[in-house]
Design a protein around this ligand. Structure first.
Ligand SMILES: [Zn+2]
Length: 218
């Protein structure tokens, strides 16, 4: 099995991807949502390294990660964009339709050493190797991936299973909206009382202040 050569900044890319499955899951979800519209050559090369680091990382207890096939090197923006698009499509399918499916060709290789112990490895082209790594990570950690519940957000994030929103901005926004909804009637009553007070002081105490019909709440 041949190992591909990584770029000069590979160790930094490995650090950005992270050491634990949870950190790598966060990297993976961020990668799906990174804006690649104006991807610089430098960032494309960095992402190439990050994709390689992610793909090789494997899971705890693995003998070794995946080995990539020979077409890894010298890939840039187009490859990164295409891989991101496919990954995003798959992630969206999993979250919104409940299913992730990717057909991969890979060589599953076992080596038997002279003392009888077995060495295992998987070898594949970059894209199938990436998706095999994605599949394995999501099979273990996918329960933490979800879409933000806040209206109009839809951001995908990694969090504990009970977390509903991508961050404090969205959860605050939803709390405020719920508070407003629940207190709309109370606020409306208070406003009417204040209005009635003003009218009474303007027109004398015996005025009965008619009330507009309540607006339909949506
Ligand atoms: Zn959100």
């Amino acid at each position: 099995m041949t190992e591909e050569k990584a770029g000069p900044n590979y160790e930094e890319a490995e650090r950005r991807v992270g050491a634990t499955p949870e950190q790598r899951l966060r990297w993976l979800v961020e990668f799906a949502q990174e804006d690649l519209a104006s991807l610089s050559r430098g960032r494309a090369l960095d992402l190439d390294d990050e994709i390689l680091a992610f793909t090789r990382a494997g899971l705890p207890g693995d003998q070794g990660g995946l080995a990539l096939g020979g077409n890894y090197l010298n890939r840039e923006a187009d490859f990164v964009r295409q891989l991101q698009q496919r990954w995003r499509d798959n992630l969206t399918a999993l979250l919104d339709r409940g299913e992730f499916s990717y057909t991969a060709t890979a060589n599953y290789i076992l080596g038997r050493t002279s003392d009888g112990s077995i060495e295992a490895g998987i070898s594949a082209d970059t894209e199938p190797a990436f998706f095999i790594a994605v599949f394995r990570l999501l099979a273990h950690e996918g329960v933490r991936v979800r879409r933000c519940d806040a209206k109009g957000c839809g951001r995908i994030f990694v969090g504990p299973p009970r977390q509903l929103f991508c961050g404090s901005r969205c959860s605050q926004r939803v709390r405020t909206a719920r508070f407003r909804r629940q207190h709309r009637e109370a606020v409306s009553d208070m406003r009417h009382a204040a209005y009635a007070r003003r009218q009474r002081s303007k027109l004398g105490l015996k005025v009965k202040v008619a009330r507009r019909p309540r607006r339909q709440t949506t």
